[in-house]
Design a protein. Sequence first.
Length: 75
Amino acid sequence: RQFELYGDQSGRSFYEFLAILGEEYGELCEAVSETFMDGIHPERGGLDNILRESVHVAAVAVQFIEVIQRRLDNG
């Protein structure tokens, strides 16, 4: 799905992947915070948002892993 949405990302630098992963992780943290703490933006919370942001984190992480593996395989 990540590939379908954003295409081939293998040309990105590791720093770019870390920035994207950090942004997605931050959104996951926000969703958890808005769900279980007195949040300022409760519409950003809820289990649906937690699940969605968890999937985003996982998708970016898996794509990063795949890029690393391809670079290792290609020397």
